[in-house]
Design a protein around this ligand. Sequence first.
Ligand SMILES: NC(=O)c1ccc[n+]([C@@H]2O[C@H](COP(=O)([O-])OP(=O)(O)OC[C@H]3O[C@@H](n4cnc5c(N)ncnc54)[C@H](OP(=O)(O)O)[C@@H]3O)[C@@H](O)[C@H]2O)c1
Length: 305
Amino acid sequence: MKNVNWTRRQILATGAALVALPKIGSTRDTQPMLTSVIPVSGEELPVIGLGTSRVFDVQSTPTEIARCKEIVALLTASGGSLIDTSPMYGRSEKVIGSVIAAGIDRSDLFLATKVWTHGKDSGTAQMQQSTDLMRTDIIDLMQVHNLRDTAVHMDSIRAWQEQELVRYSGLTHYTAAAHKELEREMLRHMPDFIQINYSLGERQVEERLLPLARDLGIAVLINRPFQRGRLFAAVSGKTLPGWAQLFAASWGQFFLKFVASHPAVTCTIPATSKPHHMIDNLGAGVGDLPDTAMRQRMADFIASI
Ligand SMILES: NC(=O)c1ccc[n+]([C@@H]2O[C@H](COP(=O)([O-])OP(=O)(O)OC[C@H]3O[C@@H](n4cnc5c(N)ncnc54)[C@H](OP(=O)(O)O)[C@@H]3O)[C@@H](O)[C@H]2O)c1
C-alpha cells in the first residue's frame, strides 16, 4: 500500500493500518504493485493503470488485437487492473472487448469508461453500448467525460449504481482551464472518483483540486502523466540523474513516480501502444516512492531544463 496519510473517510472505510514501504535498494522487480485505497469503499487499487486514448483505437485485425492483449496481459501479470477508455476514443472499447474475448480474465480488470454525450436517453444508450462493446455485465467506473451534461449523467450513473450495473461514479477533465468547474461539480455531486491532468509539466492541481479530493474522500485518477508524451521530448538526450536512479530505472518511471507519490493520487493511467513501454511504466508501481523532499528535487530538476 502507498505510504500516505489517510483522510478520516478512508480510515472509517477500511479500519486498516498503514503499511511501511520497503527500503531503497530492496528487490524492486519481485515486489507486488503498490496499491491505494478507494476512499468510498476501502477497496485497494493498484497505482499504475493503462490509458487507451488513440493507442487502442485500432483495427480489429489479429495482429492489433494480439498487441493490445499483450499490453493488457502485462498489466494484469504485474498486479495492475485499471483500464481507462471512453466512447470518445474511437474503437478502443470494442478492442478491450476483443482483448477480453481473446483470453484476458475480466475479473482481473477494473474497467473505467465515460459517458460523453448530451441528454439522458443518449447517455444511457451510450453507457449500455460501452457495456456491450467491452463484453461485460458491469462497469467498474463510469465517468462523465469532460463535465459534459454532468447533472443529467450523474443521475443516470447513480441509478445504474443502484442496479449494480456500475460500481463507482466519476467526473473527468484534462485541462487547467476546467479545474474551477470541476471543483464546483465535485462539491455539488460528490463523485466516488475524479480524473484530472497532473504531471511534472502540469502541476496546477496541487493547489486546490488534489487537497480538496483528499479532504472530501474522493479517489483520483491521473490522466496525461507524460503530458501526452511531451515530457519525454523535454528530457530527450539527457541521462537520468544518479540520485533518481535510486528509485527510477527510466524517465518514464521518474515521471510516473512523481505523480503516484502525491498522497491524494489513487491511480495513474499512462497510455501506450507498445508492450515494452507498458513494462517500463509498470516498473513505477513497485519499490520506493519519492518523499516530499525528493519530489521537490524532481520538480526543480525538470523546471531547470
Ligand atoms: N478528459 C479525459 O477524461 C481524458 C483526457 C486525456 C486523457 N485521458 C486518459 O488518460 C490517458 C493518458 O493520457 P494521454 O494518453 O493523453 O497521455 P500520456 O499518457 O501522458 O502520454 C502518452 C504518450 O506517452 C508515450 N509513452 C507511454 N509510455 C512511455 C514510455 N515508457 N516511454 C516513452 N514513451 C511512452 C506513448 O507513446 P507509445 O504509444 O509509443 O508508448 C504516448 O505517445 C488517456 O489515454 C486516457 O485514457 C482522459
